[in-house]
Ligand binder design. Structure first.
Ligand code: AHG
Ligand code: MN
Ligand code: MN
Length: 340
């Protein structure tokens, strides 16, 4: 076994995407091109994030995004990179970004295509100043309207309709992890040759979970059910699991660890807030899709996330994702203490 995790073949992400698409009957190559452009965007963004401390790029622009949060300069760079690489290819009929209030149309001079691309250009951006892993999250849907410019309903589709989703994490190495609904594969960027190479084929959540992950500073604001669930985790899951706690505060990094180590990641509702923090379309659905593709389960705390029909581009919702028994246990506590 080589250090990259394969025996005899070096598989680039381009090769892997092409091979996967060959298995899909009537594939036109559009999705292949789209995924390859996302990988390219990832490389471009990675080249900036790794220099964040060196150039005058770090720090806030002073503006706020549509959700009232401080926008970092790298958020904008990442957003623009993804948009500019994908606006003219004829593959998309619209885009949606955490950094844009409305659905983003394809500029008039370019053709509209069959897919919609949604992205959180830089997740965990409040952590940039601390040199903590950040990343890009993406979701691809096939359009539901027949032709012309995309409409809101093309973007507001449930998790079970995702065609492909994934992320690029800019950490101690840059990795792209994605799924087209046929398992999850991870690729590590070799910065010297500028290629993503298959390093983590067919990622499955380990059966023996290692970490639970939630922001315990909100404990006083959680409902009785969530508190009881958290107490259950702290007290060793009735002796069923021996887990430790980790929370980075960068969903991309917390869920990346979850995929490789097993366990649970949760971001619950709080009693004094109408909605939980994480965004359905840009964060919880794509990351949840990967967790389910790796053998896990994703819930809102009361029902499977895959059942949720989004109603707003920036909708937020509680999430519990990870090993099935741990997520189902959260549902049990929430049903018992908080009522269904
Ligand atoms: P973003 O940087 O895209 O706005 O997302 C930040 C999110 C997510 O990455 C993370 O899981 C969560 O914020 C952390 O929130 P808390 O600080 O409330 O735990
Ligand atoms: Mn985010
Ligand atoms: Mn973001």
């Amino acid at each position: 076994m080589s250090t990259l995790g394969f025996d005899d073949k070096i598989v680039t992400i381009e090769r892997h995407i092409q091979e996967q698409q060959k298995q899909i009957p009537h594939a036109t190559g559009t999705l292949t091109g789209l995924l390859q452009d996302i990988a390219l965007a990832g490389k471009m963004i990675a080249s900036r994030t790794t220099r964040a401390g060196l150039v005058d790029i770090i720090g806030a622009t002073g503006e706020t995004n549509v959700q009232g949060e401080k926008v970092q300069k790298l958020d904008i760079y990442a957003h623009e990179t993804l948009f500019r690489l994908n606006d003219h290819t004829g593959r998309l009929c619209a885009m949606g970004s955490e950094e844009a209030e409305e659905l983003i149309p394809i500029p008039e001079q370019f053709e509209n295509g069959d897919y919609v691309l949604l992205f959180d250009p830089l997740d965990g951006s409040s952590n940039i100043n601390y040199n903590v892993s950040v990343g890009t999250i993406f979701t691809i849907f096939r359009r539901v309207t027949p032709s012309g410019p995309g409409e809101l309903e093309d973007a507001l589709q449930p998790m079970r309709r995702i065609v492909a989703a994934g992320y690029i994490v800019y950490g101690s190495s840059t990795m792209m992890v994605y799924s087209c609904g046929n398992g999850v594969d991870g690729f590590t960027l070799d910065p010297q040759v500028g290629e993503f190479l298959l390093s983590h084929p067919n990622i499955r959540l380990p059966e023996k979970p290692k970490y639970w992950s939630g922001n315990m500073s909100y404990y006083p604001k959680w409902t009785k059910g969530v508190k009881a669930y958290c107490d259950w985790l702290i007290n060793g899951c009735d002796g069923k699991h021996k887990m430790s706690m980790r929370y980075i505060g960068s969903m991309i990094a917390d869920v990346h660890r979850l995929l490789l180590s097993g366990g649970i990641f949760f971001y619950p509702n709080e009693t004094d807030r109408a909605e939980a923090k994480l965004r359905l379309l840009y964060e919880t659905m794509p990351m949840g899709f990967l967790i389910e593709q790796a053998g896990g389960y994703v819930s809102t705390g009361t029902e499977p996330l895959r059942n949720i029909q989004p109603t707003d581009l920036h909708q937020r919702m509680a999430v519990y994702m990870g090993n099935r028994d741990l997520v189902e246990k959260a549902e049990e506590f929430i049903t018992e203490y908080d009522g269904a």
